[in-house]
Design a protein around this ligand. Structure first.
Ligand code: ZN
Length: 397
């Protein structure tokens, strides 16, 4: 039996897709790292201005906000795209590959920016919405917390929004499929730097030294019990020791060894409990070898918590405009992190995913954003704006 849905309508939204595919490739050729998105933000600002948006630049260093008001609607809606690239040497060999050595759009933020610009142009030309639209072009998603920087710069007071949405392309999900996940959808990320301090000495006279290498080796194994023995088995946590450095010669016991850990969780209290456990283990393990541990624990992006009502709204938009066959069913929480999480701790909203098809993975030197998804992703934003900022969708007071 088949559920009855109205015919898809977003496909009727006429977009000048070729223009924005060309623009996406231009952005791909000129990638810029976190807080250095000068050319990118200038291009975004210039386009938005030309289409009639009120544009504010340098919100959170290189961030851009475009505001467009229409009709008498009292609601305001924020949509965010990220603009930054990664310190990766591109290996795609594409005709529009990065012209900047060692910098690459390997996460598709060139695509996200082009998608939102394509929607921006259409929305400005058709003005089929009622309320205030705020398009937020964010710097430094990959590294540096550009979302946090924009919020600290007064984004949400200067440009109030009732709800905020963002999207990310997702390799491995079929082209054009939309994915929605209410609740914790992406992990928090913390960094721990642990220095085990012993006492160096001659490799042949260990009795005169306090060997930090042995203490560090023991700590690596003990850290495996954080997930296996400390947290609830039904909670998802990752503790990875990604770096361990100490010593320079086989016959010298070094003074110290440094470990660097990445820690991912999906719950605020689990995050705190894991932090405490890692610090306790580092100190106790070091002490049991006569060494000591210096722990620097740095909090990164919080858990990305999609709000239930806004996530349901976002899914309904996809259902209504694209049909049920375009909803990806297999989406599970993602252990990667995303600084859109900061917006969602301040305002209701949802972060959604659109399939990038069978491409190389994100942050891979062979990755490329799939231009085949650009038009539908832009149509989706147009549909979401029109549905959210409609006179029938006034806030319940
Ligand atoms: Zn990304």
């Amino acid at each position: 039996m088949t559920a009855q849905f109205p015919p898809p309508v977003a496909a009727d939204i006429a977009l000048e897709a070729d223009e924005f595919i060309a623009l996406r490739r231009q952005l791909h050729t000129q990638p810029e790292l976190a807080y250095k998105e000068e050319k990118t933000s200038a291009l975004v600002a210039e386009r938005l201005q030309a289409w009639g948006y009120e544009v504010t630049r340098n919100v959170g260093v290189t961030g851009v906000v475009g505001t467009l008001r229409n009709g008498a609607g009292g609601k305001s809606l924020g949509i965010r795209a990220d603009m930054d690239a990664l310190p990766i040497e591109e290996a795609t060999g594409l005709s529009y590959a990065s012209a900047t050595p060692g910098v690459m759009h390997a996460c598709g933020h060139d695509g996200h920016t082009a998608i939102l610009l394509a929607a921006a142009k259409h929305l400005a030309q058709t003005r089929a919405f009622s309320g205030t639209l705020r398009l937020i072009f964010q710097p430094a998603e990959e590294n540096g917390g550009g979302a946090h920087a924009m919020i600290k710069d007064g984004l949400l007071e200067r440009f109030p929004v009732d709800a905020i949405f963002g999207l990310h392309n997702w390799p491995g999900v079929p082209v054009g499929q939309f994915g929605f996940l209410a609740g914790p959808a992406m992990a928090s990320v913390d960094l721990a730097i642990i220095r085990i301090v012993g006492k160096g000495g001659h490799g042949a006279k260990p009795q005169q030294a306090v060997d930090p290498v042995v203490a560090a080796a023991s700590l690596v194994l003990a850290l495996q019990t954080v997930v296996s023995r400390h947290v609830d088995p039904l909670e998802a946590v990752v503790v990875t020791v990604g770096s361990i450095h100490g010593g320079i010669a086989p016959n010298v016991i070094p003074d110290s060894v440094e470990l660097q850990l990445t820690i991912r969780t999906f719950d605020v209290s689990v995050r705190e409990s894991v932090r405490q456990r890692i610090i306790e283990l580092a100190q106790a393990q070091a002490a049991s070898y006569g060494a000591r541990a210096e722990v620097s624990y740095r909090r990164g992006y919080p858990v990305l918590q999609n709000h239930a009502a806004e996530t349901d709204f976002a899914r309904q938009v996809a259902l209504r405009h694209f049909g049920p066959e375009r909803i990806h069913q297999g989406l599970r929480p993602i252990t990667a992190s995303e600084d859109f999480a900061y917006f969602l701790t301040e305002r209701p909203g949802s972060y959604l995913f659109i399939g990038n098809g069978d491409s190389a993975d994100l942050h891979n030197p062979h990755y490329d954003f799939n231009d085949a998804i650009l038009a539908d992703a832009a149509r989706y934003w147009v549909a979401l704006v029109q549905d959210y900022l409609s006179d029938n969708n006034e806030p319940a007071k």
